[in-house]
Write a protein that binds this ligand. Sequence first.
Ligand code: SAM
Length: 212
Amino acid sequence: MRLRNVTGSREVIAESCFVVQEPIAHRGKWGALFGNQNPIHIEIGMGKGRFLMELAALNPEINFIGIEKYSTVLLRAIQKMEVQELDNLRFIRMDAEEICAVFGCGEIAQIYLNFSDPWPKDRHAKRRLPSRQFLARYHEILAPDGRIAFKTDNADLFEFALAEIDAAGWKIEAMTKDLHHDEKMLAGNIMTEYEEKFSAMGNPIYKYIIYR
Ligand code: SAM
C-alpha cells in the first residue's frame, strides 16, 4: 500500500471514537466494549477498511475489529465510518505482532487476512501474516472452533502460506486457486480494495480457510 503523508492522521486517530485507544486494557473483555457477548471477528491488515465495513453492515450480530499498522491508512477507514457509523465495528492501530497482548485466549471467533504484504525476502518470512510464527499467535487468541480465512493474488505468498499450515498443525477446510471462478467459495464473497484492483487486472485470487 502506498503511504502518503497525511497531515494530522495520528491526531485524528487519537481523538476518534471508532479507534480503541488502549486495546490492551480490553484483553479478555472485549464484549464489554461492544455492550454484548456476540462473537468477535478481526481483520489483520485491514487497509482502508472497505471489506470490514461491508461485512459489519451485513452482520450486526457479530462484532468486528480491524487492525492496521499505519495511521495514514487507518485514517481512510475512520473517514468512511464518519459517513456510515457502525456500532459493531471498531479499529485498532497496532502491529499485529502484539495481538496476544490485546486479545485473551480463545476470545476471537474468526480471523481474516486479506492481501497481506508478501515480504518477498526469505529473511522476512516471519513477518508474513500467514507465517507459522503468526499462526502460533492466532492459535492463542482463536476459539477452538475458530477459522482463519486468507485471500491473496500473490502466488508465491499463497504457496508459502499453504506450506505453513501443516508445519503449524492447522488443517485446510476449503481452498481455491481461482476464487472468482469457484462458485462454492465465491458465495457471499466481499471484495477488498486490493481484490477489486487485482482481479480487474485479470489476476486469479487465491483463498484458503483453515482450522485446527
Ligand atoms: N486488506 C486490505 C485489502 O485487501 O484491500 C489491505 C491490503 S494491504 C496490501 C496490507 C495492509 O496490511 C496494509 O495496510 C499494511 O499496513 C497492513 N499490515 C501489514 N503488516 C501488518 C501488521 N504486522 N500489523 C498490522 N497491519 C499490517
